[in-house]
Design a protein around this ligand. Structure first.
Ligand code: ARG
Length: 463
C-alpha cells in the first residue's frame, strides 16, 4: 500500500511499524474537527487565490461526503492510513481525484493539523463540561433553598464542631464548582487561538491569511508563533488539570454522600435508581455511583501526570511522543461528562433525612463555642478563660450523659456563678446557627445572600 510520505523510501513499512505507529484507532474520534478544519483551510486557500473556486468546491463537497460516510458507518478506517488526517486526505483523493485532492495539504502540515483538531476537540469538551458544572451548581443551590432550616452538625477532623444548615454545607460545594467553572472559562479564553497555518514548524511561503481561517473556525485570532503552535499542548494539560480539580471536589462530595448514607450517619437515602444491591447480603443498598466517582479520581489524576511527563523535556517542535497526548484526554473528558451527569441526577433524587441530621446535632456539644463567646461578650471574661470555664461545663454535661445544649442553668452555675438565663439561649442549636451573621456565615440571612449570589451567577451564565 502506498504511503503519502514514501517518496524517499526504498523498502515497504514493516507491519510491526504500521501497528505501533498508527493512531487511527483512537484519533478517528477527531474526524469532525479534522474535516471542518480542512473545509476552513480550503476556503482560506481559495480566498487567497491559492485554490480556484472550482477546486475549493470539489474539495469541500468531497470532505462533506466523507463526513456523511463516517457518520453513517460507511467509512473504512485502515491501520495503514496511520491517522485520521491521512485517512481523510486519502479518501478525498479517491473521491475527487489526486489532481485536486492533492492540493488540500498546501500550506499545511499534519503537525499544525493535529494541533488544530485536538484543540478544537478540547475547546468543545470544555463547553460541554462547563455546562454540566452549571447544572450541578443549580441542583446544589435548589436543594439549599429548601434546607435553610435543616440543622446539621458541621465537622472538623470528622468530629462534631458547630451547627450549620444543610443549605450552608451544600453551598460550600456550589462555590467550589463555581470556581471550577471559571477555571474552564479562563482556559477557553486563553486557548481559543488557531494553530493552523504554522505548517511543519516555521510557517509557509504561500500567501495564506490565517486570520480568515481563524474567523471561519470561531477562534479569537491565529497563534503568534508557528513553532510554539505545533509544540504546545498546554491546552490539553489545562483541561486535564481542570478536570482533576473537579474530581478532587466531586470525590469529597461523594465521600460525604457515602458517609451520610451509612447506618452511622443516616443523613440521606440515595434513590433506588442510583444505588445497587449485594449478590449475597439481601439487606444491602450500596452507594456504588458515589464510590465510582471517588474512584475515578485516580485515573483522571493519572492522565494529567501522564501527559505532563510525556511533554517534559521534549525538544521543539513536534515529536511523535506527542501522539500520546490524546487517549488520556479522551478518557478524562468521557469520565468527567458521565460522572457529572450521574452525580447531578443522584443528588436531585436523594432523600435528605432532616430529622436525623437535627438529632445528630444533639451530640457533641456543638454550641460550646457559643457559650464561650457569651462569656466574652456579655460577661467580659477573656476568651482563654471563657474557653476553660466552658470546657468545665462540657465535662459536667459529659459526666451526666447529656449534651451541653440540654444542661440546666443550675448545673451551669455549679461550674461558675456568673451564668444567667441568657446562657441557655445561646446554647440552643438553632440560635447558635443564627448567631453567625458574619458575611459568609451560617445565619439564614447570610445563607440567603449566598443563594442569591449563586442564582445571579447562574443567570449571567444563562441557566
Ligand atoms: N498522528 C499524529 C499525532 O497524533 C499526527 C501528527 C503527525 N506528524 C508527524 N510529523 N508525524 O501526533
Amino acid at each position: 500500500m502506498q504511503k503519502m510520505w514514501e517518496g524517499r523510501f526504498k523498502e515497504a513499512s514493516s507491519k510491526l511499524l504500521e501497528d505501533f505507529n498508527a493512531s487511527i484507532s483512537f484519533d478517528k474520534a477527531l474526524y469532525k474537527e479534522d474535516i471542518n478544519g480542512s473545509i476552513a483551510h480550503a476556503t482560506m486557500l481559495c480566498e487567497c487565490g491559492i485554490l480556484t473556486n472550482d477546486e475549493k468546491d470539489k474539495i469541500c463537497n468531497g470532505l462533506n461526503q466523507i463526513l456523511d460516510e463516517i457518520k453513517n458507518n460507511k467509512f473504512e478506517f485502515k491501520i495503514e492510513d496511520e491517522d485520521i488526517h491521512m485517512a481523510v486526505e486519502k479518501r478525498l483523493s479517491e473521491i475527487i481525484g489526486k489532481e485536486i485532492g492533492g492540493k488540500l495539504h498546501t500550506a499545511r502540515s499534519r503537525n499544525d493539523q493535529v494541533a488544530l483538531d485536538f484543540r478544537m476537540f478540547v475547546l468543545n469538551e470544555n463547553k460541554e463540561i462547563s455546562n454540566l458544572l452549571l447544572k450541578l451548581i443549580k441542583t446544589l443551590n435548589e436543594i439549599a433553598k429548601k434546607n435553610l432550616n435543616t440543622l446539621m452538625p458541621g465537622f472538623t477532623h470528622l468530629q462534631h464542631a458547630q451547627p450549620v444548615s444543610l443549605a450552608f454545607h451544600l453551598l460550600a460545594y456550589a462555590n467550589m464548582f463555581k470556581r471550577d467553572f471559571e477555571r474552564f472559562q479562563n482556559s477557553f479564553e486563553r486557548n481559543n487561538f488557531l494553530p493552523l497555518g504554522a505548517c511543519a514548524l516555521a510557517g509557509t511561503p504561500h500567501p495564506t491569511n490565517r486570520n480568515i481561517t481563524a474567523r471561519l473556525l470561531n477562534f479569537t485570532a491565529p497563534t503568534q508563533n508557528a513553532m510554539d503552535s505545533v509544540s504546545d499542548r498546554d491546552f490539553a494539560l489545562e483541561i486535564l488539570f481542570n478536570i482533576s480539580v473537579v474530581f478532587m471536589h466531586t470525590s469529597r462530595l461523594c465521600e460525604e454522600l457515602i458517609l451520610w448514607s451509612s447506618q452511622e450517619f443516616k443523613f440521606i437515602e440515595i434513590s433506588d435508581k442510583f444505588a445497587t444491591g449485594s449478590s449475597i447480603m439481601p439487606q444491602k443498598k450500596n452507594p456504588d455511583v458515589a464510590e465510582l466517582i471517588r474512584g475515578k479520581t485516580g485515573r483522571v489524576y493519572g492522565n494529567l501526570i501522564s501527559l505532563l511527563t510525556t511533554m517534559k523535556s521534549l525538544p521543539l517542535a513536534y515529536n511523535k511522543d506527542m501522539q500520546e497526548d490524546k487517549e488520556g484526554v479522551f478518557d478524562s473528558v468521557k469520565t468527567a461528562t458521565s460522572s457529572l451527569i450521574i452525580l447531578n441526577e443522584m443528588l436531585k433524587t436523594a432523600l435528605f433525612k432532616n430529622e436525623n441530621m437535627e438529632k445528630a446535632c444533639q451530640m457533641g456539644h456543638l454550641s460550646a463555642t457559643d457559650l464561650a463567646d457569651y462569656l466574652v461578650s456579655k460577661k467580659n471574661i477573656p476568651f482563654r478563660e471563657a474557653h476553660f470555664i466552658t470546657g468545665k461545663c462540657v465535662a459536667l454535661a459529659e459526666s451526666k450523659g447529656i449534651d451541653l445544649s440540654q444542661i440546666s442553668l443550675k448545673e451551669l452555675q455549679s461550674v461558675n456563678e456568673i451564668f444567667d438565663e441568657e446562657a441557655l439561649k445561646v446554647l440552643d442549636l438553632h440560635n447558635s446557627k443564627e448567631a453567625r451573621k458574619s458575611f459568609g456565615g451560617t445565619a439564614n440571612k447570610s445563607v440567603l445572600a449566598q443563594i442569591e449570589f449563586i442564582d445571579e451567577f447562574l443567570k449571567i451564565n444563562e441557566i
